[in-house]
Design a protein around this ligand. Structure first.
Ligand SMILES: Cc1cc2nc3c(=O)[nH]c(=O)nc-3n(C[C@H](O)[C@H](O)[C@H](O)COP(=O)(O)O)c2cc1C
Ligand code: SF4
Ligand code: SF4
Length: 253
C-alpha cells in the first residue's frame, strides 16, 4: 500500500505513478486506519513538505501508525526545493513504533506555497515531467528492495517554525480567508480540504478551526472564483496551481 497526503496533487500524482509502477495501490491518508497496517508487507508514505517539515496530518498519522516490523517501508517527500527535516521526522516517527524505514527520497515539483508571496509556481517549468523520471527510479529501487536513506537531516528553520511564535507566524503567513464578496458557496473548497476544515453556511465558505488547518493550499488553488484569499489578498487565476494530471474530483474521490 502507498499512503499519500496531498494539497495540490503533486504527492497524489507521485503516489499514483509509484503504484502503477510497483503494482501497489495508492490510498489517501484520510481513508487509512494507522493502526490497521499490520498486514502490509510493503508500505510507502508520500507527502509534501510544509515549512521544512512533514504536514501535521502526516505527523499525526505516523505517530499512530503500526506497520508490521518486517514490512518494507519507504518515504517519499515532494517539495519545491528543500525537504528540511521532513524525511527525518517521518523516519523517526516510524521508528518509535518499531518500523525501520528502508528507503527515502525527495521529488521536486512546482511550489504550492509561492502564491503566498505573489510568485508564480510556474507549472510549465518541466518539473512535473522531471519528477516522473524520479518516480520511476524510486519504483525500481522499491521493487529491488533497496535499503538506502537519502535527505535525512535536521532543519533549524523547521525547529523555529515549530515554536509558539513560529507557528503563529506560519499561521499568519498562510492564513486562508474566504472573501464573502466573491464566494458563491459552491462548496468545492470544503470537498478538497483534506482536513474537513471548511463548511458552507448561508451560501458562503467558512474556515472551521484555524488550528486544524494544515496550510495545504488546496482551497486557495482550486477555488473557481479565486475567492479563497491569503491574508485577505486574492490569488489571481494565473497564479493558481495544481498538478496538471490531477483534478479537484481526484482529491475527494
Ligand atoms: C504551506 C506550505 C509550505 C511549504 N514549505 C515548503 C518547504 O519548506 N520546502 C519546500 O521545498 N517546499 C515547500 N512547499 C512546497 C510543497 O512542498 C510542494 O509544492 C509539494 O510538492 C506540494 O505537494 P502537494 O501538491 O501534494 O500538496 C510548501 C508548500 C506549502 C503549501
Ligand atoms: S470554492 Fe471558492 S467560491 Fe466555492 S465555496 Fe469555496 S471559497 Fe466559495
Ligand atoms: S482550510 Fe484550506 S489550507 Fe487549510 S487544510 Fe483545508 S484546504 Fe488546506
Amino acid at each position: 500500500m502507498i499512503v499519500y497526503f496531498t494539497g495540490t496533487g503533486n504527492s497524489l500524482a507521485a503516489a499514483r505513478r509509484l503504484a502503477e509502477r510497483t503494482g501497489d495501490r495508492a490510498v489517501p491518508l484520510r481513508a487509512v486506519r494507522p493502526e490497521g497496517l499490520a498486514a502490509e508487507r510493503r508500505l510507502g508514505i508520500v507527502f509534501p513538505v510544509y515549512c521544512f517539515d512533514a504536514p501535521s496530518p502526516v505527523r499525526e498519522f505516523l505517530a499512530r501508525a503500526r506497520p508490521s516490523p518486517g514490512a518494507y517501508v519507504y518515504v517519499v517527500a515532494t517539495c519545491g526545493a528543500s525537504v528540511g527535516r521532513a524525511i527525518r521526522t517521518a523516519i523517526n516517527l516510524l521508528a518509535r513504533n518499531g518500523a525501520e524505514a528502508a528507503l527515502s527520497r525527495k521529488l521536486r515539483y512546482p511550489d504550492s506555497a509561492s502564491v503566498a508571496v505573489g510568485a508564480n509556481t510556474n507549472p510549465k517549468s518541466g518539473r512535473c515531467a522531471a519528477a516522473e523520471a524520479g518516480i520511476d527510479a524510486i519504483a525500481r529501487d522499491v521493487e529491488a528492495g533497496r535499503r538506502d536513506l537519502h535527505e535525512v537531516r535536521g532543519s533549524c528553520a523547521a525547529a523555529l517554525a515549530a515554536t509558539r511564535t513560529g507557528a503563529a507566524l506560519v499561521s499568519w503567513a498562510f492564513r486562508q480567508e474566504p472573501d464573502p464578496g466573491r464566494c458563491n458557496g459552491c462548496g468545492l473548497c470544503a470537498k478538497v480540504c483534506p482536513c474537513s476544515n471548511i463548511e458552507v453556511a448561508g451560501g458562503r465558505a467558512r474556515i472551521r478551526e484555524r488550528g486544524r488547518c494544515a496550510h495545504c493550499m488546496a482551497c486557495v488553488h482550486f477555488c473557481p472564483r479565486q475567492a479563497m484569499t491569503i491574508r485577505g489578498r486574492r490569488v489571481r487565476s494565473e497564479l493558481q496551481y495544481h498538478h496538471p494530471g490531477v483534478t479537484a474530483a481526484d482529491l475527494f474521490a
